[in-house]
Design a protein around this ligand. Structure first.
Ligand SMILES: Cc1cc2nc3c(=O)[nH]c(=O)nc-3n(C[C@H](O)[C@H](O)[C@H](O)COP(=O)(O)O)c2cc1C
Length: 399
């Protein structure tokens, strides 16, 4: 695909995007107490001003009991006016806004939610050091309704699209994965059963939002765990999401509570992650054992391509490529292969103007070195690139 084609408007369901480059959901760490803060609004305004056609507000829980951190959003009526300020700010920059909706399931934080976490099956979570309870049919029905209500509120807040999180080991992914789902009822066992709850979420959300509101699904092509979802099953999942009414798929990989860096690849910022631990023992533990607890994965450009191609071949809806897009040539390659859009994470954290600089020919690749220290920064007060803090503080580009 030519550069001009990348920067020509393209349709996603009923929505026109000004180009084929979307900012991926990258947890901002800016919602202390679950509030929409000025920092969150400014972050997305700034990303929007940098040339993407749509920015994605990262992980927003569909209910108060789906939170893993205190500085995480959860969808409720009271925050709709503040979210509207965010979508208005993004729209004023000529861009569109999407929001990731999910639930953390067995790795929700019991201190934050004030009760025992819910999961597909009862399971110990080393990441949160808690034991979840298996969800009943009533719980499943309640969470389906929570997704639907959250989607409606997102639309009321002016979002142009929603992204349902069915990957990275979140609740829907916990139902899809045999590693976390060991149920004996209609929601466990063979893949068709494990799909039942996620599919209900997509179908019910589609019913409420109407036929052409974009519903993106972020899913795993592989979990990266021996007993997790394989590429064979994720192809089945992709087709099922298409049938249920998904507008587009975003195939990623990894399980936050077990292999959190598989979705990123590259550096493991143990020193900085250790600094984020609350107690001195936890800090020491992370320093000493971090490398054993959190596996490292080698980075290469377009690291999700092989699996993403299999999903692309299997479905007839747009597939959005994510993972290691770092240059104009990378974009040309994946869009040329038939992916409809690309989502970018770190390149836009390193420099919010990355996309407009590509478009105007000032650069042709991102200088991001995948040290992943932005991941530690996000939990220490808000995401930024440790090597280019000025990127988001550039006064000239502020509105
Ligand atoms: C700081 C940071 C936070 C992230 N938070 C999320 C998140 O909240 N939800 C999600 O689905 N992915 C999250 N990701 C993963 C990105 O969406 C994306 O899949 C990954 O960074 C690979 O794309 P990239 O190579 O363009 O960075 C995060 C990535 C980074 C760097």
């Amino acid at each position: 695909m030519t550069k001009t084609q990348i920067f020509t408007p393209a349709k996603l369901a009923g929505l026109e995007l000004k180009n084929r480059v979307i900012r991926a959901g990258c947890f901002e760490g800016m919602c202390q107490g679950g509030q929409v803060t000025d920092d969150l609004i400014e972050h997305h305004r700034r990303v929007a001003a940098g040339g993407v056609s749509m920015t994605t507000v990262a992980y927003c829980s569909v209910s108060a009991d789906g939170r893993a951190f205190d500085h995480e959003l959860w969808m409720r009526k009271e925050i709709v006016p503040d979210l509207k300020k965010l979508t208005d700010a993004v729209h004023r920059e000529g861009s569109l806004a999407s929001i990731q909706l999910g639930h953390s399931g067995f790795f929700t934080n019991k201190e934050v939610i004030g009760k025992r976490p819910l999961g597909a099956s009862a399971k110990w979570c080393l990441f949160m050091r808690s034991h979840c309870r298996e969800m009943t049919r009533e719980d499943i029905e309640e969470k389906v309704q929570d997704f639907v209500a959250a989607a409606e509120l997102a639309r009321d807040a002016g979002f142009d699209a929603i992204e349902i999180h069915a990957g990275h080991g979140y609740l829907l992914s916990q139902f899809l994965s045999p590693w976390t789902n060991r149920r004996n009822d209609a929601f466990g066992g063979v893949i068709d059963n494990r799909l039942r709850f996620p599919i209900k979420v997509v179908e019910n959300t589609r019913d409420i939002l109407g036929y052409d509101f974009p519903i993106l699904i972020k899913m795993n092509q592989v979990d990266g765990i021996k007993t997790g979802v394989s590429i064979h099953e994720s192809v089945i999942m992709g087709k099922a999401f298409e049938k249920a009414g998904a507008s587009a798929l975003i195939p990623s990989s990894g399980f936050t509570s077990k292999v959190p860096f598989l979705m990123l690849r590259g550096g493991l910022p143990i020193e900085e992650m250790s600094g984020n631990q609350e107690g001195s023992l936890d800090r020491l533990g992370m320093k000493l054992f971090g490398r054993f607890m959190v596996p490292e994965h080698t980075y290469q450009p377009l690291f999700q391509l092989e699996g993403a191609r299999k999903i692309l071949e299997a479905v007839n809806i747009p597939v959005i490529y994510i993972g290691g897009v770092e240059s104009l040539a990378d974009m040309q390659q994946v869009l040329g292969e038939g992916f409809s859009f690309v989502q970018l994470g770190r390149a836009t954290i390193q420099d919010p103007d990355f996309v407009s600089k590509l478009e105007t020919g000032q650069i042709d690749r991102s200088p991001c070195d995948h040290c992943n220290r932005c991941v530690a920064a996000m939990d220490a007060g808000g995401v930024y690139c440790v090597s280019n803090r000025e990127g988001f503080l550039d006064q000239d580009s502020r509105g």
